[in-house]
Design a protein around this ligand. Structure first.
Ligand code: MEV
Length: 344
């Protein structure tokens, strides 16, 4: 039982290159962002577990006593396995959800309940603990996305910049602190459906789609090589090559069928300001990234953000390579963290 408020956070992430291709065994480059999600764990004496996810409008409560009475033998720590359909049904029953619920809000609550019932809280994270957090996060992802590659949970656990291929993770040493603009088109999409769409296109046109995946793999490897060079001696030419890679990958992703009119709009608006963008993650709406070259003047960035905002998008200026999952002690909160928490 916690005796005081515990604050933990994990970074947001973007995939620089390799989304979708990573599901088919190719390389992905993923980076943690200096935009974090905070979780405040606060002890209560009202006998309830309250879940409050203000950003997606979720507020739920369960009686601790009732949760303790549940048979959770299928959720033992150290035994991190995928939920069977029967276990998933059981979780829905615990949550009081209908059997056919499949929307993001319901799935987010189920993912929380699964993790809550499974995890023993620990404050000091050894490599072993991080491995465990990563495994739990992967299973949480599976509740929502079905069959994820594992790249998203890995980069949010370890932070920094990762190369990920078929479960094999290596950290890029000293990644350059690239600045990017993260833009949310606010168009909802289902990662599960988009991943399935790419798979069926691959099955339908193997001779056409397999080379696209191979080319995306080569883009990720070239980007990794370039980031290594930039760490040693960054030069303006590096940014030009990064921009070319972004454009080529965006075209490939469109050819895989995961583009969207909102993402085309995002690319056009940033291109009008001389900047290059690509979708990040599953596509079909969702988010895009724009590389902010170091020679850019701030008024130019502000003008572009204004243009994107008037399309109905949300934007955040951020940088890559943030720390992974972290515990923040309430006593040592710095002002930006306090500010972020005011919204919780
Ligand atoms: C989603 O963020 C990234 C995808 O490659 C799916 C996955 O890797 O699980 C589209």
């Amino acid at each position: 039982m916690l005796s005081e408020v515990l604050l933990v956070s994990a970074p947001g992430k973007v995939i620089l290159h390799g989304e979708h291709a990573v599901v088919h065994g190719k390389v992905a480059l993923a980076v943690a962002l200096n935009l974090r999600t905070f979780l405040r764990l606060q002890p209560h004496s009202n006998g309830k577990v309250d879940l409050n996810l203000p950003n997606i409008g979720i507020q739920r409560a369960w009686d601790v006593a009732k949760l303790q009475m549940l048979d959770t033998s299928f959720l033992k720590q150290g035994d991190v396995t995928a939920l069977t359909p029967e276990q998933m049904e059981k979780l829905k029953e615990v949550a009081g959800f209908p059997e056919d619920c499949a929307d993001h809000e319901h799935l987010a609550v189920l993912s929380f309940l699964y993790l809550y019932l499974s995890i023993c809280q620990s404050q000091r994270w050894t490599e072993e603990s991080l491995e465990l957090i990563n495994k739990w996060a992967f299973q949480g992802e599976r509740v929502i996305h079905g069959n994820p590659s594992g790249v998203d949970n890995a980069v949010s656990t370890w932070g920094g910049a990762l190369r990920y291929q078929q479960g094999k993770i290596s950290s890029l040493k000293r990644p350059p602190a690239l600045k990017i603009l993260l833009t949310n088109t606010k168009v909802p999409r289902s990662t599960k459906a988009l991943v399935a769409g790419v798979r069926s296109r691959l099955l339908k046109f193997p001779e056409i789609v397999a080379p696209l995946l191979t080319s995306i793999d080569a883009i990720s490897l070239e980007c990794e090589r370039l980031l290594g060079e930039m760490a040693a001696a960054p030069a303006p030419e590096h940014y030009l090559v990064l921009e070319e890679l972004i454009d080529m990958n965006q075209h490939h992703l469109n050819a895989l069928g995961v583009g969207h009119a909102s993402l085309d709009r995002l690319c056009q608006v940033t291109m009008a300001h001389g900047l290059h963008s690509k979708l990040t993650g599953a596509g079909g709406g969702g988010c895009g990234i724009t590389l902010l070259r170091p020679d850019l003047e701030q008024p130019e960035v502000e003008a572009m953000k204004q243009a994107l905002t008037s399309c109905g998008f949300d934007c955040w200026e951020t940088s890559i390579g943030a720390p992974g999952v972290s515990v923040h002690m309430a006593a040592s909160l710095d002002p930006p963290v306090r500010q972020a928490l005011d919204g919780l």
